[in-house]
Design a binder for this molecule. Structure first.
Ligand code: A2P
Length: 335
């Protein structure tokens, strides 16, 4: 069955990835409607050898559309998803607008595909850092029940959009050329050759001292895994990497599990690839996982500080599995 698809935010970092994935997975498309702001209206985008004209997003943009893939930020999702639903479309929303709503499934297809049919017009795509973490945690949770997760992230600038990639490149060039007074537009501090413990860069810290990105990792992990007893604490950090989020993840489990058992479990888990050969200095790297679909796990070892603990290093392409690919996998399941 071929369907009519709309992409809201088609000119953005995730929007472009939607197109490349729809093409490579031979998604059964009938009509493809590319939507963005008025600034992009009339632009041409090449897809499957044919030029498509970007249209300005309006409340009338969704006539005849079956699935609308949203990735233009939470405000746009809040404003326009109701019009898409009114037109009979199902929205797969990459923003944080509806993720924690009780009647909105928050889905990672390898973890909780059974939540998809519970939707009422919106299915939320989780936060990028959460997606890659739960893909790796789910098989372990099913085997020995996870009590607590301590995660620190090393997140690529592409998570903050195309403008952030541009700012990193320009700032790095400016520093390398010895120029002073680089005018930053997005990040509050130097991101080139630096590490910023604040994501998103534009939002104030919460009263509990966490950032909203960190609280997303806490709340979304519990919702996706369907277990609110899992305790999660996160520190989310922006690093000068263009593509691919890395995470240092420590878990405490109810029952003991060895590193060898974790490796065995993860090597057959859906969507996971284990790269863990310390003797040969092999472990997942953002530079090598960019453009790949899987969640890569390495450095798997038993935590020497507690009885039932595991440490691991999880890396995935934030624009792909962390955003566009996960949303398209949801759309495929919807079909
Ligand atoms: P545009 O390119 O016309 O600004 P990114 O996350 O890479 O910054 O991309 C954001 C996406 O959201 C872009 O496709 C952008 O379109 C789109 N967008 C931003 N503001 C609006 C808006 N008011 N209406 C529709 N799309 C928007």
């Amino acid at each position: 069955m071929s369907v009519n698809i709309a992409i809201v935010g088609a000119t953005g970092a995730v929007g472009k990835e939607f197109l490349s994935i729809l093409e490579s997975r031979k998604f059964p498309l009938n009509e493809l409607r590319l939507l963005a702001s008025g600034r992009s209206a009339g632009k041409k985008i090449l897809f499957c050898g044919k030029d498509y004209i970007v249209q300005e997003l309006t409340k009338n943009s969704f006539k005849g559309i079956k699935i609308a893939l949203f990735s233009a930020g939470a405000d746009i999702s809040k404003e326009y998803a109701p019009y898409a639903i009114e037109s009979g479309a199902v929205c797969v929303d990459n923003s944080s607008a509806f993720r924690m709503d009780d009647d909105v499934p928050l889905v990672v297809p390898e973890v909780n595909p059974y939540d998809i049919p519970k939707h009422h017009g919106i299915i939320a795509n989780p936060n990028c850092s959460t997606i890659q973490m739960v893909v790796a945690l789910k098989p372990i949770h099913d085997a020995v029940k996870i009590k607590r997760v301590v995660v620190s992230t090393y997140q690529a600038v592409s998570g903050a959009g195309l403008k952030a990639i541009d700012e990193l490149k320009k700032e790095a060039m400016s520093i390398l050329e010895g120029k002073e007074g680089f005018q930053r537009k997005l990040f509050p501090h130097q991101i080139a050759f630096n590490v910023l413990p604040q994501i998103p860069q534009s939002k104030a810290f919460l009263p509990n001292g966490y950032t909203s990105e960190e609280m997303k990792m806490v709340n979304e992990t519990q919702k996706i895994m369907g277990d609110h007893s899992i305790r999660v604490t996160a520190t989310t950090v922006r690093v000068p990497v263009i593509r691919g989020h890395s995470e240092s993840v420590n878990i405490e489990t109810v029952k003991k599990i060895t590193a060898a058992e974790v490796k065995r479990l993860l090597s057959t888990a859906p969507g996971v690839k284990v790269i863990d050969d310390p003797a040969n200095q092999l472990y997942p790297l953002a530079s090598e996982t960019a453009g790949r679909d899987e969640v890569f796990v390495g450095r798997i070892r038993e935590d020497i500080s507690i009885d039932n603990g595991i440490d691991m290093w999880i890396v995935s392409d934030n624009i792909r599995k962390g955003a566009a690919l996960n949303a398209i996998q949801i759309a495929e399941k919807l079909l």
